[in-house]
Design a protein around this ligand. Sequence first.
Ligand SMILES: Cc1cc2nc3c(=O)[nH]c(=O)nc-3n(C[C@H](O)[C@H](O)[C@H](O)COP(=O)(O)OP(=O)(O)OC[C@H]3O[C@@H](n4cnc5c(N)ncnc54)[C@H](O)[C@@H]3O)c2cc1C
Length: 326
Amino acid sequence: MKKIVIIGGGIAGLTAGIFAQKNGFESIILEKHHTLGGECTGWDRQGYHIDGCIHWLLGTKEGTPLHDLWTTVGALDGVEIYSPESFLAFEHEGVTVHFYRDLERLKSSWLEISPEDKDTIEQFCKVIKQLQSFEIPVGKPMDMMNNMMNIFEKIKYIASMKDVGPIMQKYGKIRLHEYAKTFKHPALREALASFMPEGEYSADAWENLAKDQEAYTREKARIGEVIIRAMETRFPHMTGKLKVLDVATPKTYERYCNAYRGAFMGFWPTIRGKMMSHTGRIKGLNNIFLSGQWLQPPGGLPVALITGKDTIMRLCKQEKQPFIKS
Ligand SMILES: Cc1cc2nc3c(=O)[nH]c(=O)nc-3n(C[C@H](O)[C@H](O)[C@H](O)COP(=O)(O)OP(=O)(O)OC[C@H]3O[C@@H](n4cnc5c(N)ncnc54)[C@H](O)[C@@H]3O)c2cc1C
């Protein structure tokens, strides 16, 4: 039995481990932290559980390839899926911006907030609609779709990319903060910009702050206080009732998981980067395969899952054995 060593027990490493076992490889996972899961984590404080990761999950719709893959690794066993109509609400000076899952509802609610942003909102929704045709390739990585057997899979994937290419060309070169400024209403601008912290909450700012442990601790406490005050203002009945305060920063994720600059999603490709996914191979290094959220935009849990599985697919191909997927 061939032996493989998996470095890191995040979702990618764990998935690789599961498929390694299914495919008859002897496998061992080496994890630096005292617990598994990587960035997909949570922790207990004073009797409360702090969920440090999943706020949304792609692949919860039954019958989709991604759902099948989550099911195969057992990640959804006993998990109740909650699908709120609005998966995120952002409040700015008394205005609530909802990110509704229903695109038409999102559009009409945004138009209600800011009729003067009509053109920008309509364009925003049009782009989202076009992007909905895109499906992350779950079955097989692109670089393995080279024989006739997979040609239809490849054509399907390329067809789903039809609208995506031009959109990436256009919007892939605009920083989110710049794009947010194309909206006239401050609440819409702030809501969009909040997805990518800049300035005092950027990775660079935390990097600098962490050089001075006292200043870092002070800043964490300050942020905690700001959050408590904001919650008590928004929900007055909670005043004085908040019991536990725990502030995690990008440095926290860097310290525990070696997460590059504490990034919660992969940010490759960058503005200057190329729009493509990584083959998981490093030229000149045999028998080493990469998995993880950094291999394919936009990162996140599905990419970690898929690329963990892809690694074992590549290994099976190298060993000239069929890949067992279930
Ligand atoms: C606060 C937060 C919220 C998030 N919310 C969501 C969400 O709602 N939806 C979503 O899809 N994604 C979300 N993500 C992203 C998601 O958690 C990650 O994309 C995913 O967990 C990455 O998995 P990974 O296996 O690629 O990498 P990681 O989770 O980084 O795993 C790498 C593992 O390798 C270990 N390791 C690193 N270096 C070494 C070493 N030298 N030796 C041994 N072990 C090592 C680490 O400790 C870690 O366990 C969130 C992330 C964060 C931080």
